[in-house]
Ligand binder design. Structure first.
Ligand code: HEC
Length: 272
């Protein structure tokens, strides 16, 4: 019920911005969007469909070894899902690496279920009927951190290394426009067209941005993960594709997740 209320409140907040949108967009499109917001408002957050499918995937036996993922150690011990996402990315002694949720899931699908690396990494983002198991699993696992305070560790040297690398990436300028993340995300009250640009160098915006992903995107009719958000901002930055579960991806995630420490995690959310 809390979940539905949160979703509803967010949709209401988004709804309040619609007059601005209406002025800028073609009429038909706006009417359709309003209808989508109304439906979302009436039925709670559609992200719940992804959460339910993810829970099923977590518990269902699959792969060459016919095993479920329930023994997967997400950092708080085998099988502990509650609160795990709020402490990721973190260092894992069994792999000797800092891992975010997605790279840990790939690891568990390989070691527990016997998938190949290519199979475990396949289709990180879904579209329409081409659904992504990764997105569903992430929706389920993140939902189990709802209400938990972000507490990403920096005690292991490799965790500190990942944070510093991520910070460097955030401020690194390059590509055809000489953009860095900071170009679009280091001033308050900035926007592109009608979209608010969070100031990710400021605690409040950084916390809100991180703790509200994954999100059901009304404009796309899809649940999107934080990894997808980074992937898409790389595209906006005209950078080479951000490789799923790569060291760069984990480092940037570590930087942004750690900067959200202290804030309550509140996703899967619902967004424009
Ligand atoms: C060209 C400008 C631009 C650049 C460069 C850019 N972004 Fe973004 N970013 C955006 C826009 C626009 C949005 C909002 C999109 C929307 O609402 O649909 C956004 C949204 C985000 C969000 C989600 C915020 C929220 O509150 O939901 C995060 C996190 C983010 N960007 C991180 C990054 C990172 C990390 C980089 C560097 C790799 C980056 N961005 C580079 C334009 C940019």
């Amino acid at each position: 019920m809390t979940r539905l209320t949160t979703g509803g409140a967010l949709v209401l907040a988004l709804f309040a911005c619609l007059p601005g949108l209406a002025a800028a967009q073609a009429g038909d499109d706006t009417v359709k969007k309003i209808e989508e917001y109304r439906q979302a408002l009436a039925g709670g957050n559609p992200a719940e469909l992804w959460e339910a499918r993810g829970e099923d995937l977590w518990k269902r036996k699959a792969g060459p070894r016919n095993a479920s993922l329930e023994a997967c150690d997400l950092g708080k011990g085998p099988g502990v899902v509650r609160g795990a996402y709020a402490e990721l990315p973190r260092y894992f002694a069994d792999t000797g690496r800092v891992m975010d949720l997605e790279s840990r899931l790939v690891h568990c699908r390989m070691t527990l279920q016997g998938l190949t690396a290519a199979q475990a990494r396949a289709r990180p983002y879904g579209s329409g009927t081409d659904r992504s198991d990764n997105e569903a699993l992430v929706a389920f696992i993140t939902s189990e951190s709802r209400g938990v305070k972000m507490n990403v560790p920096q005690s292991h040297p490799k965790e500190r290394e990942a944070y510093q690398l991520g910070k460097k990436m955030f401020f690194f300028r390059g590509g055809p426009h000489d953009f860095s993340c900071a170009t679009c995300h280091s001033e308050s009250g900035k926007r592109i067209r009608l979209q608010d640009l969070p100031n990710l160098t400021e605690a409040k915006d950084a916390q809100r941005a991180y703790t509200t992903w994954p999100a059901y995107r009304v404009s796309q009719g899809e649940l999107r993960t934080f990894q997808w958000r980074l992937f898409d901002c790389f595209r906006q930055q005209r950078f080479p594709e951000l490789e799923f579960t790569s060291e760069a991806s984990v480092a940037l995630t570590t930087f942004l997740a750690r900067n959200a420490n202290g804030a309550e995690f509140n996703a899967p959310a619902i967004k424009r």
